[in-house]
Write a protein that binds this ligand. Sequence first.
Ligand code: GAL
Length: 667
Amino acid sequence: MTRSLKLPGIAYGGDYNPEQWPEEVWAEDMRLMAEAGVTMVSVNIFSWALLEPSEGTYDFSRLDRILDMLYAHGIAADLATPTAAPPAWFFVEHPDALPVDQDGRRLSYGSRQTFCPSSPAYRAAALRMAGELGRRYADHPAVVMWHVHNEYGCHNAECYCDVSAEAFRAWLQDRYASLDALNHAWGTTFWSQWYYDWNQILPPRATGAVPNPTHQLDWRRFCSDALLSLYEAESEVLRAAAPETPATTNFMVNFSFEALDYWRWAPALDIVSNDHYLRSTDAESQIDIALSGDLVRSLAGGPWLLMEHSTGAVNWQPVNRAKTAGELRRNALAHVARGADGIAYFQWRAAKAGAEQWHSAMLPHAGTDSQIWRDVVRLGADLRALAEVRGSTTPAQVAITWDWNSSWAMELPSQPSGELRFLDLVRSWYEPLWRAGVQVDFVRPDADLSPYRLVLVPSLYLVDDESTANLTTFAERGGTLAVGFHSGMVDANCHVRLGGYPGAFREALGVRTDELFPLLPGQTPTLTEGGTGTLWSERVRLEGAEAVTSYTDGPLTGVPAVTRNSYGTGTTWYIATHPDPTTLATLLDRIRTEAGVAPVRTTPADVEAVLRRGPDADYLFLINHSDESAEVPVSPGAVELLTGKPLSGSVGVPAGEVAVVREPRRD
Ligand code: GAL
């Protein structure tokens, strides 16, 4: 967080939509928020239609009452600009602000986030609304943060209309300056795609065969930037009105959302916040929480806020599972362990009507005589007990590269294998580190790598020259670099790096591949050191590296599947297949042990250990995901913060429970 919230301790709350309820209900809300220990709520997120009944006519009376009531009850407001859901009248007056999909269908209003991100009418209306709110509430004592919009791009990351086409061309002119440069970058001599006039360039609308890859990649970059410019414009208006109030917008670093390049977004936010939801079918969603938390903390460069998650089931998956006993608490405290200085839910009170009537909330349909309510109250007490953890950060010796450009490029059609998913590849490398209790940061490929001993590159299909030099120099100067298959293949324009694979990393890895042999589902060649490869294989030739394990069957019998090389004063590894999970875990354990990376604490299986380090103390979070109670050794002088009990020698963590131990700093 570049700025911090003017609130003590760990913030606690959720989205609060009192406008959806009669005012008699509000008094009960205030009473119950006090009971739960709520300190901050996000308001006004979807209120545009009530605030501006017709263009330029405003009615802020209800919002005035809401903010005054919150202030009177000591609850801070994260005040949203309601620009994610323009009212019906707006679209009746500006039908061309409705988005058009890839097949040319113009969508209709009637839900939310159905507007064209490049629409001048939308931008003007959104900025007018932000200006009104900024002026009116800049000095309201309840307001501690601006919540700009809501989940940019959640439903409208791409619009293919003519207005977007115009904006895309302007973006391209800015990037390439000349048509000649664009034609070369896109390789448009292929399939007669050469452009002679900027006006000939369209968004990658539905077409008969595979569209140009660089065209599609630039489109993704443009779409992310188009939404970012809306965020920047709104937050500038708010900053002008209230320079002291920090602004955020809620990211969606989550299993299903990859439309925005958050490395470009994060510096524009005063405080980074994120929304995280579990996938019902993920049997180990605790790993997804950890991965997403580490990524958000890395984007923020420190503590961040969890703006939304769910107390129980969501309503937008095929089957929406409830949380099991203790899961709400484990989930929330796992986010705190990964750097969250605030925990909030969608939403405070479960809705009676509307598309989200079957979504869980802090206060369920059943009311306070419910497990969720009891858990919510208990969590409030937990967060109060963890107040001193606020602001502490998590030291890591391992960095994992994460790059949206590369993930977009690798998942384009017409690849050697259509089976590769960036997030799955990263998670498969992340999992063994999570199980071992090793802390990691995520980094841009061009980030400063000097704090790390080990840099993992599970998937980096696209890499520019600067990042290539950054990563290989890290190894040359003594670091350990491990690279996964299908990395370093193309440059920033998506052009293949010639002379053998894996192009950019060939020399540093001491290998050269002349042909790729992607594996079909079910094809699992065995390896000399045990285990099997899946997904991918390639005809690797050693050019300085040693083979760590090789294929024992199939067309590549005898060919290395994993290699190790001395490079400068460091070490590089090439993982040229996707080993089965046990083999990959053994390999990554060896790589990190040789690199001198230790876990934060050795714990029994499925007891997650995470460290936050404050100026005067270490905070060891122990989350027991297993069915058995665990005993973990602690330092002399340690205290368990959730119970306030001093510890002597060890801490007990019952099955499904959490302990947070304050210890003297160990560094
Ligand atoms: C989020 C959104 C919330 C709510 C929630 C339901 O994507 O920001 O407004 O819809 O999902 O899970």
